[in-house]
Design a protein around this ligand. Structure first.
Ligand SMILES: [Zn+2]
Length: 281
């Protein structure tokens, strides 16, 4: 089924607008790092809802955070889950951990595998182990038809190359989260038919290249995220981030692309819904 967003320049856009006018999806947050108590988490989610955030994907970095995300999704409506082992945690990636992840993904709220990838910035995890964990998880996700959430830090070219050379490429889909590459790298990611996701970094004065990439990538391939508690947008830079602030990312994209906020909200929400199979408007 074509995403309604694919026709956003066509007359149908006027029919589509009402449903999603200010609805946003935070496609990447770490709810387990955001709140110490249930009350704190409830109020963070309440604030997000008040800002139009209709769904949040709580992303795991290891087995414990993946399990926590699954339990949040059981307790809170509109919280969904991505499970996986982050490249910085690749040393814990064992057969037992892999088996545990394989059983977690059976849960109906798990919509993605991630964040997975390569991180050569914090180089304390041997690259060989990072590659092994990345490739094993790509393989598992593609076999299940689950989208992947890619983390690439100082290793974007290497991540793109792995996916370009992946044997089961046709069954692999997903998103490069917190995209930090240039236009040429974005083009390669789009050639793979992956989405590109932007965080609050897009609001930082020195993030000119990120804005150039956002101008280049068609709205039909853009997702928005907070990566909370990290990367708070201007005017909250330096403070702990939260899903309510994903609207600043949408606002920045609207400005860059000279679109209405409501169009950006509607398109990115329908992109997220299509990629992650979310049942939100
Ligand atoms: Zn993250």
């Amino acid at each position: 089924m074509p995403s309604p967003c694919q026709g956003y320049l066509a007359p149908e856009k006027f029919q589509m607008k009402n449903a999603n006018e200010r609805h946003l999806v935070d496609t990447h947050a770490h709810l387990d790092m955001l709140a110490k108590t249930d009350t704190e988490l409830s109020s963070i989610l309440e604030k997000a809802r008040a800002e139009g955030v209709v769904a949040i994907i709580s992303v795991g970095i290891d087995l414990e955070s993946s399990r926590k995300a699954v339990s949040f999704a059981e307790s809170y409506e509109n919280v969904y889950v991505s499970v996986g082992v982050h490249p910085n945690d690749a040393t814990i990636f064992s057969e037992d951990v892999f088996d545990a992840l394989e059983s977690l993904v059976e849960n109906r709220n798990v919509k993605a595998w991630g964040e997975i990838g390569l991180d050569f910035y914090r180089d304390y995890t041997p690259r060989k182990l990072q590659y092994e964990a990345f490739e094993a998880q790509l393989d598992a996700a593609s076999k299940r038809g689950l989208p992947v959430i890619i983390h690439a830090r100082d290793a974007l070219k290497e991540c793109i190359e792995i996916i370009e050379g992946f044997s089961n490429k046709r069954d692999l889909h997903g998103v490069f989260h917190c995209f930090s590459g240039d236009v040429e790298e974005a083009r390669r990611v789009l050639d793979l038919d992956f989405f590109i996701s932007f965080t609050g970094v897009i609001t930082f004065p020195n993030a000119k290249m990120v804005r150039e990439v956002a101008a280049y990538v068609p709205i039909q391939k853009i997702l928005i995220e907070t990566d909370a508690p990290f990367l708070s947008p201007v005017p909250y830079r330096g403070k702990p981030n939260e899903p309510a602030r994903v609207k600043y990312v949408a606002e920045a994209i609207a400005k860059i692309k000279d679109m209405d906020f409501s169009e950006v909200a509607s398109c990115t929400t329908s992109n997220a819904r299509a990629l992650f199979d979310l049942s939100v408007q």
